[in-house]
Design a protein around this ligand. Structure first.
Ligand code: SF4
Ligand code: SF4
Length: 428
């Protein structure tokens, strides 16, 4: 332990920006009602994974270092020291046993913002240099190369050109393009780097939709990565740096809008949270691809024939799009416009379970085994629907769902929203 860094970490509790943190740290009544909301507690049946226990890790430090009773009589107030044992517990519970899905918040009798407290604990751990190595490597790649997978620019350009050529071979899309670095367009489109690396068809699917809508758009070779793992590592300075690069690229290319590609956490980190950790509001419009597609359909800019999609479909709600992003109706309007029948999971929408890959879990190889175990809840949900295809507007979820599909032998296809919408396009 470095005493200087430990003191800096404790300053996060001693000098909070406003009263929110103290309110949430002092509000838990230890009722345990949040327990069965959490996929970690449900999967491992270990009381340490009850969401309220995660809150109490941080709250016990607050009592120890920021209250008179905790300083004088720590045992009486269940206050704890920030020592090696405590740090190890925090790393295990706050990084390794929380996807920051927010399901517990909906079931908390008091309304404690548990992911906010978890992220505060992560900020303390990040200050002490305790971010799990694989998560930190992902953040470092984004800071140093502009994308979290460290994809070299020439490789990215090759993939885009390949996708453009394939798309132009299809009837109706002979003149469709995937523009790169073109200034003065209406919108800058962004991707999850998993798309150029593993799922490039979702890039051409979005390009087909933009072509059908007659959109003015571009991708940037320098800054296309919508993700921000600095948000999940808890390092506000790195989260700000990554988000600032994106803000700057919108200005640099003189675009009016930033369209957030299909990535739940990227949408949360940029659209909903960046004004909080950056302490600035963007002076351009920022919306998700799903919202843009909704606008296209409602305004008649694109036409869809749902009978072109012929399989049985279910929908996985990414926590950061539906529960935390408020896009339940938007997502269903778009998906139901593109497929003949949607079989909902049980539970679904705001009550849906996380796939298990959120909150940075997918990037933390240290917890791979645990991540696949908690994915069993999602595997069972999918199996019960009897669907052939799982649709989801998040490439992190796509990745976790593909691993769940393989591990639990589900035999389903995983598709992004752009892919099912592109498959239903009727060119006018
Ligand atoms: S945010 Fe999700 S994963 Fe974290 S404690 Fe709450 S229910 Fe569990
Ligand atoms: S439901 Fe809320 S008040 Fe009850 S233990 Fe969980 S976090 Fe605490």
């Amino acid at each position: 332990m470095n005493p200087e860094l430990t003191e800096k970490a404790l300053d996060i509790l001693r000098h909070p920006a406003d009263s929110k943190l103290i309110t949430h740290l002092n509000s838990c009544v230890h009722c345990g009602l949040c327990g069965t909301s959490c996929l970690f507690y449900k999967s491992f049946d270990d009381p340490k994974y009850i969401p309220g226990k995660k809150v109490d890790l941080v709250a016990s430090l607050y009592r120890r270092y920021c209250t008179t009773m905790g300083k004088v009589a720590p045992k009486l107030t269940h206050a704890r020291d920030l020592d090696d044992e405590m740090i190890a517990e925090m790393v295990d519970s706050l990084y390794g046993a929380c996807t920051m899905c927010g399901r517990c918040v909906a079931h908390c009798s008091i309304g404690v913002d548990i992911p906010f407290v978890v992220r505060t604990g992560r900020r303390m751990l990040a200050t002490m240099g305790m971010v799990p190595q694989s998560l930190q490597a992902t953040v470092d790649a984004a800071v140093n190369t502009g994308n979290n997978m460290g994809i070299p620019e020439d490789e990215f350009v090759d993939t885009i050109q390949w996708m453009e050529e394939e798309m132009q071979d299809e009837e109706g899309f002979e003149t469709a393009e995937i523009p790169l670095n073109q200034p003065d367009k209406e919108m800058l489109y962004t991707l999850n780097p998993r798309e150029p690396k593993f799922f490039p068809l979702s890039i051409s699917a979005a390009a087909k939709i933009f072509h059908a809508a007659g959109e003015s758009w571009t991708l940037s070779t320098k800054m296309y990565d919508v993700t921000n793992y600095g948000y999940f590592s808890g390092n506000d300075a790195e989260a700000t740096l990554i988000a600032q690069h994106m803000y700057d690229e919108v200005k640099n290319l003189n675009c009016k809008k930033l369209i957030l590609g299909e990535c739940g956490h990227g949408s949360r980190a940029l659209r909903w949270e960046s004004p909080n950790y950056m302490k600035q509001h963007p002076d351009f419009q920022m919306i998700t691809l799903v919202e843009l597609i909704e606008q296209y359909i409602r305004s008649g800019r694109i036409k869809l024939d749902k009978s072109l999609n012929t399989k049985k479909y279910t929908l996985h709600d990414p926590c950061n799009i539906t529960r935390n992003g408020g896009l339940f109706n938007t997502l269903r309007f778009v998906v139901k416009s593109a497929v003949p029948e949607l079989i909902e999971m049980d539970p679904y929408g705001n009550e849906n379970f996380c796939c298990g890959g959120g909150g940075g879990m997918l990037a933390m190889s240290e917890f791979n085994e645990r991540r696949l175990k908690i994915g069993e809840i999602k595997a069972n949900q999918i199996r019960k629907t009897g669907a052939d295809v799982v649709i989801t507007p998040c490439h992190n979820c796509v990745d976790q769902l593909m691993q769940i599909d393989h591990h639990y032998k589900l035999g389903v296809e995983i598709k992004s929203v752009a892919e099912v919408v592109a498959d239903a396009l009727v060119m006018q």
